[in-house]
Design a protein around this ligand. Structure first.
Ligand code: HEM
Length: 428
């Protein structure tokens, strides 16, 4: 890999966390490192004292962190003023086969569709919408439930059952594999490779771990390329064949590469559903000591309860934009070209928007939150994700009525962008 590119990228990721180092409160920082649930204390401090916070890193430039709901929503709403061009560090040339971004004049591959600029993501969105409407069939719920049962059957045989890896994090990868026609034997690969890839967002990224994330990206690209050629050859009417056909209609000379990118986009965005399932179960299992478990559980899996879990501990905590012109947000002057990180997890705890935002209230009337984003890039998988969370939580509570946290403490992911569990040991 080009050493200059590599250094630049490492610095970019490392400096993401300057927002925490700038916090100036070492006790708070220690807490954050110990258990990243404390992130909400850090957010509160920023919302109250410096809601549009500037971080300047040498060689990377200024970036802004937006902590309040009103400004967060304003940034996401303003598609002209805030695009996604330039939100990520460049990839070394040749790391990926060029696809849609290249077609549209951008020669750098972005990690997922969530980093594509507005134009590049439009076409993919229309393909994915077709895919999702095709995939939510009448037996979809039953298929997810079967996946949950299969995973529980397996989990209960483990000496150290772990709700995060063995259940919550596997469900969405199994669901997407089913949807696009990938075999069951690949569920673990899809999950582990995605998690390895997203570890680039961890708090203390090192050169070694960055190399591992690059390998994960290459492995995923190789995997989908192989699958695509198999499915295309078979033209078997599966969803991946459908995606390929859609790309082939529009861009016949690039269908393979674009389809491979689209599929890896679809796979890599699934981790958030896994975090949401584990976060919801953790809230339920810790609430069980203070509240009436069955009624809390019932509320938590209602549509309003699921929204409340997503609001209270949002799996996707932040999303980037790049200012396209000079403008003022929350009284701060942001220059064209500067990076703006919308901290969704903080906006979702803003007391100007939500009553008692730091309490988890699954029975409260829902107020729209930003867990799935807002505006033009609102999450395409939201409907799927909600359904999966609901079925996953209901199924495990039914199968393991005595489920509780094990004596071994859970471990949370340490990073700004995501809130979820690495491990969530349980007993039953
Ligand atoms: C609880 C689970 C999930 C959460 C919290 C979540 C969150 C989000 C958020 C916040 C965005 C907006 C990004 C932005 O504004 O830049 C987004 C976009 C997206 N999500 Fe999700 N997501 C979840 C599950 C899924 C699933 C299961 C899929 C697909 C299988 C998916 C596919 C997408 C795609 C394709 C986009 C990009 C839309 C675009 O850029 O126009 N998501 N998601």
């Amino acid at each position: 890999m080009d050493p200059v590119n590599f250094e630049h990228k490492l610095r970019f990721y490392r400096d993401q966390w300057r927002v925490y180092r700038d916090c100036n409160d070492t006790a708070m920082l220690r807490k954050w490192r110990k258990f990243s649930n404390e992130r909400y204390d850090v957010y509160r401090e920023f919302r109250e004292n410096d809601p549009v916070h500037c971080v300047e890193s040498p060689g990377v430039g200024r970036r802004w962190y937006v902590f309040r709901f009103a400004e967060a929503e304003a940034v996401l709403r303003d598609h002209d003023g805030f695009d996604r061009i330039g939100v990520m560090p460049p990839y070394p040339p040749g790391a990926f086969r060029r696809g849609e971004q290249a077609k549209r004049g951008h020669d750098k591959r972005r990690p997922t569709i969530r980093h594509d600029d507005h134009n590049a993501s439009k076409f993919k969105r229309s393909c994915f919408n077709r895919l999702f409407s095709n995939a939510i069939t009448s037996d979809f719920e039953a298929r997810i439930e079967n996946i949950c049962h299969a995973l529980i059957d397996d989990m209960v045989t483990h000496d150290d059952p772990d709700l995060a890896t063995q259940y919550a994090m596997t469900i969405p990868f199994a669901a997407i594999a089913e949807m696009v026609g990938f075999p069951r034997s690949d569920w673990g690969f899809l999950r582990d490779t995605t998690l390895a890839f997203s570890s680039r967002l961890d708090l203390d990224i090192t050169a070694e771990s960055l190399l591992k994330t690059r390998k994960a990206a290459d492995d995923m690209a190789a995997y989908v390329n192989t699958r695509i050629s198999e499915r295309r050859m078979r033209a078997d009417g599966s969803s991946s064949a459908l995606i390929w056909a859609t790309f082939n209609n529009e861009f016949p000379d690039q269908a393979d590469a674009m389809c491979a990118q689209a599929l890896s986009d679809l796979i890599l965005t699934n981790e958030f559903t896994g975090y949401a399932i584990a976060n919801t179960l953790f809230l339920l299992l810790t609430a069980a000591t203070t509240a009436d478990h069955p009624s809390v559980a019932e509320a938590a899996v209602s549509p309003a309860g699921i929204e409340e879990c997503l609001r209270f501990d949002s799996p996707s905590q932040a999303t980037p934009r790049c200012a396209t012109r000079n403008q003022v947000i929350g009284g701060r002057h942001i220059a064209a070209g500067e990076l703006v990180v919308v901290v969704l997890g903080s906006a979702n705890r803003d007391p100007h928007r939500f009553a008692k935002p730091d309490e988890w209230r699954p029975t409260a009337d829902p107020v729209r939150n930003l867990a799935f984003g807002f505006g033009q890039h609102f999450c395409l998988g939201a409907k799927h994700a909600r359904l999966q969370i609901q079925i996953a939580v209901k199924t495990i509570l039914k199968r393991l009525p005595n489920i509780r946290l094990a004596a071994t403490p859970p471990t949370k992911i340490q990073g700004l962008n995501r809130s979820g569990f690495h491990r969530l040991p349980i007993a039953f």
